[in-house]
Design a protein around this ligand. Structure first.
Ligand code: ADP
Ligand code: ASP
Ligand code: MG
Length: 410
C-alpha cells in the first residue's frame, strides 16, 4: 500500500463544486489501494481577503494576530472537504497545524518548519480515514499559531511527505505542470516532463510561483519526488527530480520573472571601509532580504550603492536607509518600484558558453535597457523596467528555443 500526499491549491478548491470534485478524486485514489494525506489551501482569494480586512481595521496589524486570522482560510477548506467526503459515504478527518504537531519557529508570517509529529496522522490513516491537513500553518514553542509565508501550503505538503516518508507528493494546481515559463504571460510556454530540483529551486526563487521555494528545498534535502499536475485533467504533469546527466544538453530550461522587487540607490556614499556594513545593518536587522547589490567604482572618494529588496519591504527600507544616509553624509537615497527581474535558468549553462551574451543581445534587440545584472552557475538575471516584463520573457523564451520541444531535435 502506498502513502500519497496530495496538495490542492486555492483555485482547485475555489468553490463548493470544486471541493466536491477534489473529494471524489481523492476517494478514487484511495480506492486504488493508497493511504491518503491531503493538504489544502484556502479557497482562491480568501487569504488576500483576510489580509485586506486586517489592513482595514488596523494601520499596522499585529503580526501574531494576522497569523491567527490568515490561518482560518485553510481551516474552512479542510472542514468543507472532510464534510464532502463524509457525504460521499467515506471517512475523512480534518487536522489543523497544531493538531498534527507542525512545529515552527516564531517568525510570524514567514515561520520555518522545524519538526513534524506523525503519530496522529498515522493513527487516523490506520483507521482507514483520509486525513485533510490545513496547509500554510503551524505552531511555535509558545503554542501560538504561525503561518509559513504566501504559497506555504506547498511547503506543508512536501514537509509532510518527507516526515511520513510518503511515496510521492502530488501538487495539484490550475496548470498542467511546470512550464518553460509562466503560461499566463507566454502563450508558447511548454510543459516540461521533468525538471531538476536545482533548476526548480532557481525558478521558484526567481519568481515562478508554481512552487513555493521552501517546498523545493525540502524536497531536495529529503529526496521527495514531486509531481506537479492539474486538478482539472488526468494528464501526467511534471516530475521534479534529482539531476541526470542528459539534462545539461539543454542550455536554458526556463525563464522566470518577478515584479515583486524594488530598487534602492544611495547616491554619493563616502567610499571607505565599514560603509556597506553601516548601510545594510538596519535592513538586515529587520529581517529584510536584500537581493542584488551593485556598487559603482568610486570617483573622488564617493560611490553609488544600488540594491533590490522585496516590494512589500520597500517603504521600510527607504526609511531605514535614509536615516543611515544622513548619518554618513551620503547625498541622497532614490527609490524605484517600477522594476522587474527577468531570469534564464538551466543546468546546461555550466557547460555552454556565451549564454549571458545571447540574453543581453535579445533584450537589446527589443530596446530593453538592463539596469542590473547578477549571475550564478545556473542562472542569469537582469533588472529591467517593469513595463517590459512580458516582452522580455517572450523574447528570451524564443531566443533560447524554448518554444520548440527539445525532443524534436536530433
Ligand atoms: P496554487 O493556488 O495551486 O498554489 P499558484 O497560483 O500558486 O497555484 O501557482 C500556479 C500558477 O503559477 C499558474 O497559474 C501560473 O500562472 C504560475 N506560473 C508561474 N510560472 C510558472 C511556470 N514556470 N510553470 C507553470 N506555472 C507557472
Ligand atoms: N493560502 C495561502 C496563500 O494564499 C497559502 C497557499 O495557498 O499556499 O498564500
Ligand atoms: Mg501556490
Amino acid at each position: 500500500m502506498a502513502l500519497i500526499v496530495q496538495k490542492y491549491g486555492g483555485t482547485s478548491v475555489g468553490d463548493l463544486e470544486k471541493i466536491r470534485a477534489v473529494a471524489r478524486r481523492v476517494i478514487r485514489t484511495q480506492d486504488q489501494g493508497n493511504q491518503m494525506v491531503v493538504v489544502l489551501s484556502a479557497m482562491a482569494g480568501r487569504t488576500d481577503g483576510l489580509i485586506q480586512m486586517a489592513h482595514e481595521i488596523a494601520r499596522e496589524p499585529d503580526a501574531r494576530e494576522l497569523d491567527v486570522l490568515m490561518s482560518t482560510g485553510e481551516q474552512v477548506s479542510v472542514a468543507l472537504f472532510s464534510m464532502a467526503v463524509g457525504d460521499m459515504g467515506r471517512r475523512a478527518r480534518s487536522l489543523l497545524g497544531f493538531q498534527v504537531g507542525i512545529h515552527t519557529n516564531d517568525l510570524y508570517g514567514k515561520a520555518k518548519i522545524q519538526d513534524i509529529e506523525t503519530d496522529r496522522i498515522r493513527r487516523e490513516l490506520e483507521k482507514g480515514r483520509i486525513v485533510a491537513v490545513a496547509g500554510f500553518q503551524g505552531l511555535d514553542r509558545k503554542g501560538d499559531i504561525t503561518t509559513l509565508g504566501r504559497g506555504g501550503s506547498d511547503t506543508t505538503a512536501v514537509a509532510l511527505a518527507a516526515a511520513l516518508d510518503a511515496d510521492v507528493c502530488e501538487i495539484f494546481t490550475d496548470v498542467e505542470g511546470v512550464y518553460t515559463t509562466d503560461p499566463d504571460i507566454c502563450p508558447k510556454a511548454r510543459k516540461m516532463d521533468r525538471i531538476s530540483y536545482e533548476e526548480m529551486l532557481e525558478m521558484a526563487s526567481l519568481g515562478a510561483k508554481i512552487l513555493e521555494i521552501r517546498s523545493v528545498e525540502f524536497a531536495m534535502k529529503f529526496n521527495v519526488p514531486i509531481h506537479v499536475r492539474s486538478t482539472f485533467t488526468e494528464e501526467k504533469g511534471t516530475m521534479v527530480v534529482p539531476e541526470t546527466n542528459d539534462m545539461e544538453r539543454v542550455v536554458v530550461s526556463g525563464v522566470a520573472y518577478s515584479k515583486n522587487e524594488a530598487r534602492v540607490t544611495v547616491k554619493k556614499v563616502p567610499d571607505r571601509p565599514g560603509i556597506a556594513a553601516r548601510i545594510f545593518e538596519p535592513v538586515f536587522e529587520s529581517g529584510i532580504v536584500v537581493d542584488m547589490i551593485v556598487q559603482n567604482t568610486s570617483e573622488k572618494g564617493l560611490t553609488d550603492l544600488t540594491f533590490t529588496v522585496p516590494k512589500p519591504d520597500f517603504l521600510k527600507t527607504m526609511k531605514l536607509v535614509s536615516e543611515v544616509a544622513e548619518q554618513i553624509s551620503a547625498e541622497s537615497v532614490l527609490g524605484d518600484e517600477d522594476i522587474a527581474k527577468v531570469s534564464i535558468i538551466g543546468v546546461g549553462m555550466r557547460t555552454h558558453a556565451g549564454v549571458a551574451r545571447r540574453m543581453f543581445q535579445a533584450l537589446a534587440s527589443e530596446n530593453i535597457n538592463i539596469m542590473m545584472i547578477s549571475t550564478s552557475e545556473i542562472k542569469v538575471s537582469c533588472v529591467i523596467e517593469e513595463k517590459y516584463t512580458e516582452l522580455a520573457v517572450r523574447v528570451l523564451h524564443e531566443t533560447f528555443g524554448l518554444d520548440k520541444d527539445p525532443r524534436d531535435e536530433t
